[in-house]
Each structure stands twice: as structure tokens, then as C-alpha cells.
Design a protein around this ligand. Sequence first.
Ligand code: HPA
Length: 252
Amino acid sequence: MSRIGIIGGSGLDQLAALTGVRARRITTAWGEPSAPLLEGCLDGTPVVFLPRHGAAHHLPPHRINYRANIAALRDAGVKEIFAVAAVGGIGHEAGPGTLVVPDQIIDYTWGREHTFHDGLGGRVEHVEFGDPFCPVLRQCLIEAAGQIGQAVVTQGCYGATQGPRLESVAEIGRMARDGCTLVGMTGMPEAALAREAGLAYASCALVVNWAAGLSAEPITMDEILRELREGMGRVVGVLSAAARRRESAAQG
Ligand code: HPA
């Protein structure tokens, strides 16, 4: 089993580039992950792929069993996770089509099962989360993008909203004032659970629309799907190069 996991998001429910695929059904102490784990090779590098919303994209963000997803990857031997996120752009540098490697996160979600540390074992634990994304994996994504000539924005603050609806103009205004440059619905509790599980985690975000109120026209699903189709190939290119770099680093 590979040490490198990839969590696919909207637009990446199937990883067509994965070869030699073996599906592995895993049940965890926290329940079922979104789909069987798919072990295979991405451009020659062994990886484990998990589509966050299920293989048929049937799970909305608030119904995803994030704990089972992270526990399944950990139980399968994964140590490092590259997460893919389709997001709205808030910062001026984050227009549609842009790839961003976020370095900060703000959690606006509610009511999700968000921790492994729920105190039921009689212990209270507080995990460190000052830098929510692993700096080594972030740097790897940035260098991988450079290696294949793909431009990326190397910082960003991901605001995680509850969904599944999009945000109001006032909500995006508040998020902008808070310092968010991106908005998505799945970054939390995923990033925090990875940290609690001791897994390195970084995200490659593809901006698929301007967030609410930031363009003249209302957001449409057509626009989002078009940007997903156009951009996911570039995301997969960055992931392939990044996975290869981590695999080489592990082999010294
Ligand atoms: N808001 C929240 N999540 C998103 C958006 C958005 O505008 N676009 C893609 N995911």
C-alpha cells in the first residue's frame, strides 16, 4: 500500500489516470468511508485514491463521513494526503481557473462530526493546528507545479462553509473581512482530522467561480462545471508530479 493518499473532490470523483487499480473496501471504527479506496499508480507512482463525495458524487459536503475517510486512509497505511478542492475565489488573485495552495483555514461549518478526540476514552486532547496545512506537502505541490510549468498561487486562506447552498453576498463580505481568499465546503473538518490522525495534509484548490457578489452575474452550475472540466486535468498534472517527488524523497 502506498504512503500517498489523494482525496478527490468535485470534478475528480474518478481518477481516470490511475492504472492497475485495485478497489479495497474498508470499514473503520467511525463507519464507512465515502467509497472503497482505490490503489493504483498515477503516472508510475503508487497512490491511494478516495473520492470524497463518493464515486457517483452522491454525498453533499455536510453528509460526508470525514472521520471514516481519514481513518480509512490511515488504516490503509497512508501517511501523506493531497486533497483536491473546487472552490470559489474571494481574493483578487483567485479568479476562475487559478490553482491555489492554501496555507490557512477558517472553519464556518457547524454540526459536523469534526474530531476523533471526543473524550469518550476518558482523555482530553488538543491538537496543535496553527499551520493547518503541512508545509512540506505545500512546498512539494508548489515545486511540482513549477516543474510542469503550471502557475499556482502559493498562499491562501480557505474559508470552509457548511453548504450545500452557496453563500450570500454578505457572508462572502464577512469572509473577505476575516481574511479568506477562497471559499469551499469540505476543507473542514477534513484538515483537522488529518492532523489529529497524525497524517500530513495539503490541498490543491482549483477556483471554479468568483464567490457570491464578486462578479456581475449570479454563479451558475454551468460555469462551475465548465471550469472543473477545464481545470481538473491541470490539477491531476500537479498531483502526479507531486506524488512522484514525495515518492523519490521517501526513497532517499
Ligand atoms: N462557495 C462554496 N463552495 C464552493 C464555491 C463557492 O462559491 N465554488 C466551489 N465550491
